[in-house]
Structures are given as C-alpha cells and as structure tokens.
Write a protein of this length. Structure first.
Length: 431
C-alpha cells in the first residue's frame, strides 16, 4: 500500500516506488486484504499537510498491525522526531527515508533500512541521488514527468527549500528517456513537474533550460501533450510563449504563483517582483495567446495583510485577465522567517478573504468558458461515461468538457466544438 499526500512531485515519486516494488515481485494488497508493507509519502507545505500526514500514519498503522511502515516525504524530513512518537508506531518496524533517499527507498526496505531519522540538516548536504523511473500511472490518462527537485528561492513563508534542499535538475537525457517510456505505456499527456521547474537546467550547463527541454520533448513525442505544472511569473519569457504557439502539443495553459497583489506584502514574502510587474506579465501573456488558460496561486492572511493591502490584491485580481484562482490561507510554518513576523491575521478574517476570492475565481472561470463557446479545441478524453452517458475530457487550454461518445474514446484526443454552458459545466460535440 502506498499513501501519497501533497504535491505532484510526491505523486511521481510514489509511482516510482510502485514500479520498483513491482519489478521486485511485489503486488498491491487486494480490497479487504491486510498489507505487508505501507509507504506513506508525507507533505509539510502547510500546517494542514502535517496534520494530514500524521493522521495518515495513525490510520495506516491501526488498520495494518502486522505491516512494516515506511515514512518519507517533507513531513518526515521536517519533523521525524515528533512523528516517531506516534503511539501506533511504537514497537513496529518503521523505516525512515529522507527526500534525498527516495531513489534508494525500495533498496532500504529490502536491506533492512536505516535507523537514522531524517532531518533538515541532511538536505543541506550534496547527495548523489538515484533517479526514480516510473513505468505507468495506473488508472490515469495524464502522467507526471519530474524534471527537477528543490528550490533556492527561500520565500519567507515556505518550508519547502529546507525539506527538499537546493535546486537540482534531472539530466535532459534521463527526462527524455522517462517521457519516451511513459508515452510507450500509453500516456497521451504529461505534466512537467518539479519544485521550481523554471529553474531547470541552471545547474546543468551547456545552454540547457526549460524551453530547450520542452522543445525536445515536443519533437520526440508529437502525439503527447505537455503541460507545465507551475511556473514563476519572472520565468515566463518570450521564448516560452513563442514555443507554445509553435508546438501544438505544448498546451495553452500556465499556472502561475502570484501570492499577493500588494507590493508591500510581496516584499515581505521575499517574492522577486512587484504587483505592477506581475500585471504586465499576465497582460503580455493574454495579449500573445488570447485563449490561454491562466491559473493563479493566491495566499490570503499573510502577516501584516490589513484590509487595505487585501483590497489591493482583490482589485488587481478583478482587472487581470486570467481563468481561475487557487486561493489558500497563510499557514504558520515554524522554521520560516514569516513565522516570527508581527501582524498575524485571525483565522476568521482569512476565511472571509478566501471566500471573497473564491467567488471572484468562479466568475472569472465562467467568463473564460463563455469566451470559448463556439470554438473547436482538441480534447483529451479522460473519463468513461457517467450515469448520464457523458464522457469527460479536458481541452488543451484546460476547460473540462462533457460530451457523448463511446468509452473506447478514452485516452484519445478528439476535436470538439464547445457548444453550451449549463450549470457551470461546458458541453461539447465531437467533430
């Protein structure tokens, strides 16, 4: 049993564990069957992620009293000492693996594991990492393709640079080989995944960067769609947008962290741009590719965010051309600079601001759907027919579409005319 919490990088790594275990002859426990081995890939990006990780450990240990338990991921890296005190782990065989040991995790299981608990100090050391190889993402049409790990940005609210270590790029040859394997095993879309993907190649030399990698991927696998998971606003250059226009299989979707529309708050966060810079970048993207789907990350309730500064964010988000927001409340992470900042915002105020921006996001999303009605777009069919006989898929610019057709169309790309919007859902007709 493999339990995965958190980000797309964790999802990729868990799929790598599964592939290596299957190669060694292991099989998944059947429904109602007790597992012999449980791997829990934890998360610590927010306080909630840590709570969910501890709860996952408790539940898995209770439900499988005879199983060996492997605990890895960011929460294990951040607070293994506390996690090791969980009552349900006492007297059990527990294997701990830091993020820099994930490539060797399965070998550690079979070789008896290491007694040493992970720590943040381990991530400051340079460690030779063995890349994880994924055969397939079972039950998914969309695959994750990890190209990079770690981060050098050290935003004041973020624990991830401490738990994941400095930025490291996967060599281009290894990325291309992994993409080829996933394509051969039937995946028609891959999400380019990392902790800081725009930093790709800076440690490799030879002119390698994210754009050159994307160009190679698009040329190597013309039948596969490539989608960026997330990219910093300052890393969206003209070359990236030109490539998106030139390559049909580099899809028209960007997910970009804004975090705040207040320059004062952005400075306190340690972000590398002002609000006006962000506005110029998003406006340029929209002007270059009018049908581009743009998603934004926004944090509410950062220390010092009073009503006036929140209004700056709300006003910026009201006038910007984008498609949807991922809004989340600031969460205190011990060990980060922001944890000691004055002006911590009350939970009730965070909830109110989150609700306001969530409502704005819904209006923006529906407006984007409306703008695309009448157009024909390539749709990757991802889900079989529901109870009403409707297939579901996503356009290249990330619009979920319901359509009629055979289940045999799943995992194929079809041109679909987006015909109507009803109940917040887009309906289309396969051409």
């Amino acid at each position: 049993m493999i339990i995965t919490l958190g980000c797309k990088v964790n999802q990729y790594e868990s799929a790598g564990f599964a592939a290596e275990l299957e190669r060694r002859g292991c099989t998944y426990a059947g429904e109602g069957e007790a597992a012999d081995l449980i791997i829990i890939n934890t998360c610590a990006v927010t306080g909630k992620g840590g709570v969910q990780s501890r709860n996952a450990v408790r539940r898995a240990a209770r439900a499988n009293p005879q199983a060996a338990i492997v605990i890895t991921g960011c929460y294990a890296q951040l607070d293994a000492q506390q996690c090791s005190k969980i009552k349900e782990l006492q007297g059990r065989r527990v294997i701990w693996a830091g993020n820099n040991q994930k490539g060797r995790l399965v070998s550690m299981i079979f070789n008896g594991g290491k007694p040493e608990l992970p720590s943040l100090a381990q991530m400051r050391k340079k460690v030779e990492e063995k890349p994880l190889v994924v055969q397939k993402f079972h039950g998914r049409t969309r695959a994750y393709l990890k190209i990079q790990d770690g981060c050098n940005a050290y935003c004041t609210y973020c624990i991830v640079p401490y738990t994941r270590g400095p930025s490291r790029s996967v060599p281009m040859a290894a990325v291309l080989e992994q993409a080829e394997l996933l394509a051969a095993n039937g995946h028609r879309e891959m999400v380019i995944t990392g902790i800081h993907v725009g930093n790709y190649g800076q440690d490799l030399g030879g002119g390698v960067n994210l754009v050159s990698l994307l160009e190679k991927l698009c040329e190597q696998s013309p039948a596969v769609r490539f989608r960026l998971s997330s990219i910093e606003p300052t890393e969206i250059g003209s070359e990236l947008l030109e490539l998106m226009l030139a390559k049909e299989n580099f899809v028209n979707h960007l997910h970009i962290p804004l975090q705040s529309g207040s320059t004062e708050i952005l400075e306190k966060m340690g972000r590398k741009y002002a609000a006006k810079d962000f506005e110029e970048i998003i406006t340029r993207c929209h002007k270059k590719i009018p049908h581009l789907c743009i998603g934004l990350d926004v944090m509410v309730g950062f220390p010092g965010e009073d009503e006036g500064l929140f209004r700056q964010t709300e006003q910026l988000l009201t006038r910007l051309p984008y498609t949807y927001l991922h809004v989340f409340p600031y969460s205190v992470r011990p060990g980060t600079k922001a944890a000691s900042f004055a002006g911590q915002v009350a939970k009730k105020i965070k909830s109110k601001r989150l609700a306001a921006l969530t409502a704005l996001s819904e209006r923006k999303k529906l407006a984007f759907y409306e703008q695309n009605l009448g157009s024909s777009r390539p749709v990757l069919v991802e889900k079989t027919r529901d109870s009403r006989g409707r297939l579901k898929g996503f356009t290249d610019n990330y619009i979920p579409v319901l359509m009629t057709g055979s289940d045999a169309l799943v995992n194929t790309v079809k041109n679909v005319r987006l015909s109507r919007l009803a109940g917040g859902e887009v309906f289309g007709e396969i051409l």
